[in-house]
Design a binder for this molecule. Structure first.
Ligand SMILES: *Cc1c(COP(=O)(O)O)cnc(C)c1O
Length: 468
């Protein structure tokens, strides 16, 4: 790709950025001292910074650019839609063609009887909608005391007051008075880190049964819903043991609570099926979607309701006093629709399931041979490496969590690979269009960066095991 330079110097941009831009999930002192990396263009699975360095983006932006960068069809659709109808709302008995077509298309792709969409602009907003929706639902059904939502530790459901409370990130809860009332958290199905001597199957069952105990503790008459990601993404690509979801589904079936599958990452092909709920045989009452819906080309998300919930609300819910100015934004809807059309036309999900997913799985699993890697797990097009000073014991580092992961992430950045770290886990979620050649490049670069990290960790005396 031709390197464009139609912008100020990197130094000038970094100075302005430091002076006037407050970054999400960033230590301000740190970024102001080091300067932001300024990304200026992208094509396919590669991004380029203002200095002309090109990097393989194994994170698909933030888990979202599933279709890859530079798809002109999406730009053309946005351009046309902006000229025809750049904005109109969907409040007060109005609608418009793109949102009507998109809701229809989403309903036709969805598993089970999920077929009614409430649109938002993000996953956070969609999960905020879900909090209000499930409480409104139970109140409408004559059970206003059912307000508690059970979630999980180390879950990620967004960053607004409501969605951040649903999430189980202790670092987030420590700031700003979260969680809000009537949200509780059970333990996560993270076998590598918390499974001890149990087999993954035993552990999966044990963790699932915590939901049943939590329902009993709170009282079923108080519980509105359970929310979970099919695979925890931001928590570190935590793939639950095979026993986990069937047991969760049984518990949800046997108790009068709603099941919300937060598929902001998993939906639209990430796990090798259109939805994570299909991969894990989950039957949610509500599904959260965002990210891959538009491949990140426009901000759009939604809550998708089952036929039963939607019909009950039709009959008894009245007006749901809730909505966003940009719910079902026409440009975002048109772009999402075109994204889904291309995904279908190019059989991108089938390709992940049959070709690139299995190929990545093999390449990724081989990284477990590296002396720094305690486990290499993947599903579809997402994966994690557990860095460890002692493979045999699944030991964490004695140093603060994330010390070695951060070192590895920096080596990746400087060697043309975007791989993120969550503590001492390295994680990937590449564009779904990544080819087998590009997967080779990803695995080669990852190995090289692990070598560099190991050497650096040794020289800093970090290869010391700590306690769980
Ligand atoms: C990213 C994410 C969200 C939040 O979506 P935003 O668009 O960033 O608000 C919610 N749930 C999951 C599972 C996510 O990965």
């Amino acid at each position: 790709m031709e390197h464009r330079t139609n912008f100020p110097s990197t130094q000038d941009m970094q100075a302005s950025d430091a002076a006037h831009h407050l970054h999400p999930f960033t230590d301000t002192a740190d970024i102001n001292a080091k300067g932001a990396r300024v990304i200026t263009q992208a094509e396919g699975v590669y991004i380029t910074d203002s200095e002309g360095n090109t990097m393989l983006d194994a994170m698909a932006g933030l888990w979202c650019v599933n279709i890859g960068y530079g798809r002109k069809e999406l730009a053309d659709v946005a351009y046309r839609q902006m000229q025809e109808l750049p904005y109109y709302n969907t409040f007060f008995m109005t609608s418009h063609p793109p949102v009507i077509a998109l809701a229809d298309q989403i309903a036709s792709l969805m598993p089970g009887d999920l077929n009614r969409v409430f649109f938002s602009c993000s996953g956070s907003e969609a999960n905020d909608t879900n909090i209000r929706l499930v409480r409104h639902y139970w109140a409408s059904m004559g059970k206003p005391e059912k307000t508690v939502i059970i979630s999980r530790k180390n879950a990620y459901h967004g960053s607004s007051m409501g969605s951040g409370s649903l999430g189980g990130m202790t670092g987030m809860h420590a700031q700003g008075g979260m969680p809000i009332p009537d949200i509780t958290h059970i333990d996560q199905p993270y076998w590598y880190g918390e499974g001890g001597d149990m087999t993954p199957e035993e552990f999966g069952l044990q963790r699932a049964r915590e939901l049943e105990r939590e329902i009993a503790r709170i009282g079923e008459d108080r519980v509105a819903a359970f929310i979970a990601e099919p695979v925890q993404g931001a928590g570190g690509v935590i793939i639950p043991p095979s026993t986990y979801w069937p047991e969760i589904q049984r518990i949800c079936d046997e108790h009068e609570i709603l099941l919300i599958a937060d598929e902001v990452i998993c939906a639209f092909g990430r796990t090798g099926n259109w939805f994570g709920s299909q991969t894990f045989d989950i039957r949610p009452d509500i599904m959260t979607i965002a990210k891959g819906l538009s491949s990140g080309y426009q901000p759009i998300g939604g809550s998708v309701l089952s036929e039963k919930i939607a019909k009950d609300l039709d009959e008894k819910g009245g007006e749901f006093a809730h909505g966003y100015t940009y719910s079902g934004h026409p440009v975002a809807a048109a772009v999402a629709l075109e994204n889904l059309r291309i995904m279908q036309e190019e059989k991108i999900v089938k390709n992940v399931r049959d070709i690139t997913g299995p190929y990545l799985a093999a390449k990724w699993a081989a990284l477990a041979d590296h002396p720094l890697v305690g486990e290499a797990r993947s599903i579809g097009m997402m994966g994690a490496l557990e860095l460890t000073p002692d493979k045999s014991a699944r030991a964490p580092f004695a140093a603060d969590a994330g010390t070695v992961g951060y070192i590895c992430r920096e080596f990746c950045f400087n060697n043309g690979l975007i791989m993120r770290h969550v503590g001492d886990k390295m994680i990937i979620s590449p564009p779904l269009v990544m080819t087998t050649d590009e997967i080779d490049e990803l695995a080669d670069k990852a190995w090289k960066c692990l070598d560099l990290t190991l050497a650096e960790a040794k020289s800093q005396g970090l290869m010391v095991a700590g306690k769980r």
